[in-house]
Ligand binder design. Structure first.
Ligand code: MSP
Length: 659
């Protein structure tokens, strides 16, 4: 029988900034789904990548003083870049597309030409409202309080000669697709799309730009680049080899089974994307799933909050699998959820350390302690089952089907909930059977004890299989501890109670999910976020030089002198001020107050030769007179202000004029 295929994609990410935990959420969800389908025996293709064109990238590159390609290369391929992050998170993508890849660019040009030739793309003039950060044109009626409905930022009036795609022509077909099929999920997103975009009337879409150059050139009309969303959406097909020779499995995998996308880009995937595919005469993807956002303090995650939600910091601190698990377990996939470190730690402690971790460590420890790590032959069927034996066995045996139903409904959080019901049932079974009490009389109860422990190992094995898509590395370790070989880590065996060999070699290994001290971890995370923020700041910054010129006579009016520090002390009640008694060569002591107490200890300055401007009018500070000002060099280092008093050669006598 031909192996069933499954093609799933994540959105391709804008490499304009470092990715945060919100981006990670979508990719981990897609990865869990891809791994689940592979477990079920499907021939899976999982695609992710980067969406590298557009004005936003062009502008950012300019700001950084590099070419757009250099800019995106660093974020995609560089240290802690997009590819690094997916490697760290154990993402099992089969393919990675960059929209700057030559094969994609050439294919997009052919696609654009094809829609032009079939009359669905035509030339016109565009007047509208444009949101630069989102690369989106909006109609007046779509704006919210005059701003971009996606990001809330101001839009600008834009007008340019442009090509248009006849989106309006496909309005009825798209409405039918949304309303009468299960193309768009969850169902609630259908109403949003129809009400907000189709009911008001679909307008033709502007699909080329002339105001910038960082995009796929329209090859038959120089000066135009293809609208970034047209370029981006077709990645799902070019990455399979559509209109290019780089790959050769378009016919095999297309149409996609699922595009997983965040809710703000559902519009592009459920209206524009199917319309363009219809125009091209290509089959439509089977499903688009619009997931919710991870929010931070109820709001959108942003660069300024970036360090708090840096997946690198979180993965290093808590482990990749714990982080993957948390994301999938905690937030219902179709809805928004509030991310917090407290919630992350709580979930790890409750589900992983307490429930799963305890089940595994107690079970393997008891098999070790009472049976030297190997249960006796025959233990699977020893003894008349009590009601709690039957209960555990029937729950664990039915688990795979319950889990499957939830995964098929794109509800990984519910699938995990099913697994944890069995884990909790198994822990309760330990309390009910009290193996430590049975162990007191091995002669009388040894067989019963072996049977109880076998049931626990078997329940753990079944749960372990179903947790593999979420925590692949940890489950590998779990299988080693319970002695389950590859042949009984399979999807089929997850539905067959009793697959584990009775005499499997059981070892109590490392604690897979250590308990986390909440207060300590939060303090460490905050410190790590602060350190990461500092590390990202420029090493040295100096104030820009003044462009305004000063004439020589004015400059000469400033009287700079070498002065020697006779005494120096802190000014009472002031944290900032030091009081200097200075020899300025006149024979009369000069007093200067300077706000540099945080940089110097007074005693370290006595005897030094400094530079002061001595003809400033005296002024009072904290009730004391200051006659002049000491000269310092200032700069910023990793965001922190640094100051050095200007000290000169002690051979220079007090009062020497500096000119
Ligand atoms: N480049 C487009 C996608 C083109 S697909 C043909 C894009 N890129 S993005 O980098 O801005 O976003 C990628 C995905 O990350 C989107 O699905 C977006 O919803 C998701 N997320 C970004 N922040 C998120 C959260 N805070 N929470 C959940 N998902 C979030 O859009």
């Amino acid at each position: 029988m031909e192996q069933k295929k499954f093609y799933i994609t994540t959105p391709i990410y804008y490499p304009s900034d470092k990715l945060h935990i919100g981006h990670t959420y979508c990719t981990v969800a897609t990865d869990a789904m891809a791994r689940y389908k592979r477990l079920c025996g499907y021939d899976v293709c999982f695609l992710t990548g980067t969406d590298e064109h557009g004005q936003k990238i062009e502008t950012k590159a300019k700001e950084a003083g590099v070419t757009p390609k250099e800019f995106v290369d660093k974020i995609v391929e560089g240290p802690q870049g997009v590819k690094d992050l997916w490697k760290l998170m154990n993402i099992s993508n089969d393919r990675f597309i960059r929209t700057t890849d030559d094969y994609h660019v050439a294919a997009v040009q052919k696609i654009f030409k094809k829609m032009y030739d079939n009359g669905d793309i035509y030339k016109g003039a565009y007047k509208g409202k444009y949101c630069t950060p989102c690369e989106s044109f909006w109609t007046e009626s779509q704006l919210v309080d005059g701003c971009c409905p996606d990001c809330g930022r101001p839009v600008v009036d834009a007008e340019e000669e442009a090509y248009f795609f006849r989106l309006s022509k496909y309005a009825d077909k798209v409405r039918d697709l949304l309303e009468n099929t299960d193309f768009l999920q969850p169902r609630s997103r259908v109403n949003e799309m129809v009400k907000n975009f189709i009911d008001p009337g679909l307008e033709d879409l502007c699909v080329s730009r002339t105001s910038f150059t960082w995009g796929v050139p329209v090859d038959f009309d120089p000066g135009h680049v293809v609208y970034v969303w047209v370029d981006a959406l077709f990645n799902y097909t070019t990455a399979l080899g559509f209109l290019n020779d780089k790959y050769d499995d378009y016919d095999h995998y297309w149409p996609a089974d699922y595009h997983f996308v965040g809710k703000e880009i559902v519009r592009f995937h459920s209206i524009i994307w199917p319309a363009m595919l219809m125009s091209m005469g290509m089959p439509l993807p089977k499903h688009v799933f619009g997931h919710g956002w991870l929010l931070l303090d109820g709001g959108k995650m942003s660069k300024s909050k970036g360090n708090v939600v840096d997946p690198y910091i979180l993965a290093e601190k808590f482990g990749v699998d714990a982080l993957r698990f948390f994301l999938m377990r905690t937030f219902p996939f179709g809805s928004d959820g509030n991310f917090s470190n407290e919630l992350l730690i709580q979930t790890i402690n409750t589900d992983l350390a307490n429930d799963l971790g305890n089940l595994l460590s107690r079970t393997t420890a008891m098999v070790g302690k009472y049976f030297g790590g190997q249960l006796p032959e025959g233990c699977k069927s020893w003894g008349a089952p009590e009601s709690f034996d039957t209960d555990l066995i029937s729950m664990a045996s039915a688990l795979r089907d319950a889990y499957e139903a939830q995964m098929e409904a794109c509800a990984p959080h519910n699938a995990l909930s099913e697994v944890f019901k069995v884990i909790q049932r198994a822990n309760k079974y330990i309390d009910e059977t009290a193996p430590w009490a049975l162990a007191k009389d091995m002669e009388a109860n040894g067989k019963r004890l072996a049977h109880v422990l076998y049931n626990l190992l078997e329940a753990t094995r079944i749960c372990g299989i179903l947790l593999t898509p979420f925590m692949p590395e940890s489950m590998d370790k779990l299988f080693v501890q319970i002695g389950a070989g590859a042949d009984i880590q399979t999807w089929d065996s997850a539905a067959v109670w009793g697959s584990l060999s009775e005499t499997a070699a059981v070892t109590k290994g490392e604690n897979l999910f250590p308990r986390i001290d909440m207060d300590k971890a939060i303090a460490e995370l905050e410190a790590a976020a602060e350190a990461a923020k500092k590390a990202a700041l420029p090493a040295i910054e100096v104030e820009p030089q003044l462009t305004e010129k000063v004439d020589f006579d004015t400059f000469c009016k400033s009287d700079f002198r070498a002065v020697k520090v006779k005494a120096c002390e802190n000014v009472k009640k002031s944290e900032k001020l030091l009081k200097f008694t200075l020899d300025d060569g006149t024979g009369t002591d000069r007093q200067i107050l300077s706000g540099i107490a945080k940089y110097y200890k007074p005693e370290d300055l006595v005897g030094k030769t400094l530079v002061a401007i001595v003809n400033l009018p005296p002024r009072k500070m904290m009730g004391q007179e200051s006659c002049g000002m000491l000269i310092s060099a200032v700069h910023t280092e990793k965001g922190e202000e640094k100051l050095h008093l200007l000290m000169v050669d002690d051979a220079i006598p007090a009062g020497a004029k500096l000119c």
